[in-house]
Write a protein that binds this ligand. Structure first.
Ligand SMILES: C[S@@+](CC[C@H](N)C(=O)[O-])C[C@H]1O[C@@H](n2cnc3c(N)ncnc32)[C@H](O)[C@@H]1O
Length: 239
């Protein structure tokens, strides 16, 4: 039961979508917590497992501590100042959330935490950029992509990806960029998201074509292939 005098933080749609992926369990670590809204929201909404918040920088972690204090949840959350999962006790969690960072940064965090490559952990990611790098890393390293969702917040569409080590997922080049078609077919935002990605990749391609750098050719070819796949799927409504 929440008391009136404790702050209730405004969870945006993006964080709410991440929250939808979380089930009650042994414990959750929120890597790169910043303001700490997700851990606080979990504590306020009946999550009974361990709640751990990490950040690599002292100021965001201090902000998370302040959020927890204002919400009367300080006792429920452990705060760790560290790079990624470095100080997270592997036996205290079964869910790992890494949200609000670039896909390449998320891969670096996973590279440095091989203990988390284990089927006992549900991984939930919300890459802000380069989701293709993250999806490639996941399928190359033996993770299965279990589900994907899209959420529109303040006009921007964000992907949310749930994965677990030990399965297999195959993705086409286009799916690396927009997500697995089968998992997103029913997602109302998917067509709009694909159209946005096509526009973005066309802009990138135009930029490359305007520069005279010959080493761009391989990158150009990849982008052209991805664009062909996404456009033909979108036109044929196969996605
Ligand atoms: C944009 S905020 C995202 C906050 C929150 N996770 C969200 O999705 O709203 C990114 C946070 O990740 C932290 N961060 C970046 N690299 C990190 C790393 N390697 N380990 C832990 N935290 C990191 C930053 O300090 C920052 O507070």
């Amino acid at each position: 039961m929440l008391h009136d005098f404790y702050a209730i933080f405004p969870m945006n749609k993006r964080l709410k979508k991440i929250y939808e992926f979380i089930s009650n369990g042994l414990g959750l670590v929120d890597v790169g917590t910043d303001h700490g809204y997700l851990p606080v929201y979990l504590a306020q909404n009946g999550y009974t497992g361990n709640i751990i918040a990490t950040d690599i920088r002292p100021k965001p972690l201090a902000a998370a501590r302040r959020s927890a204090l204002a919400a009367g949840q300080s006792e429920r959350i452990s705060f760790l100042l560290c790079d990624g999962l470095e100080l997270c006790p592997p036996d205290k969690v079964d869910t790992i959330v890494i949200a609000g960072m670039g896909g390449d940064t998320i891969c670096g965090i996973l590279d440095r935490a091989e203990w988390s490559w284990n089927s006992r952990y549900l991984h939930i990611y919300q890459p802000m950029t380069k989701p293709q790098v993250l999806r490639y890393w996941l399928i190359y390293n033996g993770f299965e992509i279990l589900s994907e969702a899209l959420v529109k917040d303040s006009g921007v569409i964000y992907p949310v990806i749930a994965a677990r080590f030990g399965g297999e997922t195959q993705l086409s080049d286009g799916e690396l960029f927009v997500g697995k078609y089968d998992l997103l077919r029913a997602e109302p935002l998917f067509v709009e998201f694909c159209a946005q990605q096509i526009q973005r990749l066309e802009n990138v391609l135009n930029g490359i074509e305007r520069s005279s750098a010959t080493q761009s050719t391989a990158r150009q070819k990849i982008i052209i292939n991805v664009l062909d796949e996404l456009k033909s799927n979108l036109e044929g409504s196969a996605i």
